[in-house]
Design a protein around this ligand. Structure first.
Ligand code: PMP
Length: 394
């Protein structure tokens, strides 16, 4: 039977990783895959997470199943982290999931079950797994313009013009912060306008927040999510712990469904539990337990927040350095947007040919759409990248 299978479409980022590994040049630079790297190129276990692992190991007496929704302490801690004061337990149903991807998948299945035929609107561009999951589930999808490649900023007028076409009951997917792949984000005023528009349209807001704490800080990065949670009757939030806790391979994430007054929260919760059940029964627990151990103990939480701030500031430092180098070398401000972008990524606006030239001639690897992972740089490689880009322009 398997002989009928056809090869799946190639995953561009995985292919790029393989090409990078096979490149013998010692001074090659990997700006491809989306994991945080310190200046030595390592993706460290965060200090507080390491201590939490010891505490969990010492305290845990069983590995028996927890429950379909995962550990209640994790779900509650994540609701507080993401929603802050906007958290209303009476309207929040949540399940732990295998990473943010698991949360997105469960959200998509919930949408398919509860609103068959609704169209999901995504930013153009977006994280490629968004359209892939929706396509796999046969969910109608379309996109709204988001990014202006010439300015490197959000094309807000175009975004709002496209979202004017949203129909009642449609779903609008937004990146909570640190937009992947562009690095360009909505301002507070723009979030307010989007919240109003979604309210007027009667659309369901769906937020994917995978980088809280990587942009302007833990609280500031949750601004849009909290605003929509407060202002709109129904909101779906898929949150990932992979990046901000550095627990990538543990697969920790959560899906929260906020319902309107008059909706039975327990019924929503039951539906989320069932979706977990038919996908994998019980969600992974270890990463979630590390996260809740960190969030629920004052000392670990403070240490984690401090390390996350260091990570955030180091990326901001690299952004400033790269924008300044490019300003000097190109004698123009056309790359200043790199310093204004937030999160791990920036889309540089280079052509596929230019991206290929950087790879072939300089051993600099970035995704074909010219997305770079800022954390793949360090103080020494920034000038190398800047010179290579400036040489392209010249
Ligand atoms: N959403 C976005 C926008 C992402 O960039 C990612 C990670 N690349 C995820 C969700 C999911 O991450 P994970 O499943 O590893 O938690």
């Amino acid at each position: 039977m398997f002989e009928t299978l056809t090869p799946p479409p190639a995953d561009k980022i995985i292919e790029l990783m393989a090409q990078f590994r096979a490149d013998p040049r010692e001074d090659k630079i990997d700006l491809g895959v989306g994991v945080y790297k310190d200046p030595e190129g390592r993706t460290p276990v965060m200090r507080a997470v390491r201590t939490a692992a010891t505490r969990v190991w010492e305290a845990e007496t069983t590995k028996a199943y927890v429950g379909l929704a995962g550990d209640a302490a994790f779900n509650a801690a994540m609701a507080k982290l993401v929603l802050g004061e906007a958290h209303d337990p009476a309207r929040t149903a949540s399940v732990a999931t295998p990473g943010g991807t698991g949360a997105i998948r469960i959200a998509a299945e919930l949408i398919r079950n509860t609103a068959p035929g609704a169209t999901v609107w995504m930013s153009d561009p977006t994280w490629p797994n968004h359209p892939a999951i929706l396509k796999y589930l046969d969910i109608p999808q379309t996109s709204y313009r988001y990014f202006d490649t010439t300015t490197g900023e959000v094309d807000f007028d175009a975004m709002m013009a496209d979202l004017a076409g949203v129909q009642r009951g449609d779903v609008v997917l937004l990146h909570g912060c640190c937009h992947n792949p562009t690095g360009a984000n909505l301002t507070a005023d723009q979030w307010l306008a989007v919240a109003d528009l979604l309210g007027d349209k009667g659309a369901l807001a769906w937020i994917d927040i995978a980088y809280q704490g990587f942009g302007d800080g833990l609280e500031a990065d949750a601004f849009g999510t909290r605003l929509l949670a407060k202002q709109l009757p129904e909101v779906l939030i898929a949150a990932s712990c992979s990046k901000n806790f550095g627990v990538y391979r543990e697969r920790a994430g959560v899906l929260m469904a906020l319902s309107a007054k008059g909706t039975d929260r327990d019924v929503v919760q039951g539906n989320l539990n069932t979706l977990n059940r038919v996908n994998y029964s019980f969600p992974p627990d270890h990463g979630a337990r590390l996260v809740s151990t960190v969030l629920d103990s004052d000392d670990l939480r403070a240490d984690w927040a401090a390390e996350l701030e260091d990570v955030r500031n180091s990326m901001l430092g690299l952004r400033t350095q790269l924008a300044e180098e490019l300003r000097r070398l190109t004698n123009s401000d056309c790359y200043d947007f790199i310093a204004r972008h937030r999160g791990m990524f920036s889309r540089l606006g280079l052509t596929p040919e230019q991206v290929a030239t950087l790879r072939k001639e300089h051993g600099i690897y970035m995704v074909g759409d010219s997305r770079i992972n800022i954390a793949g740089l360090n103080a020494q490689s920034v000038p190398v990248l800047a010179r290579a880009i400036a040489a392209l322009d010249g």
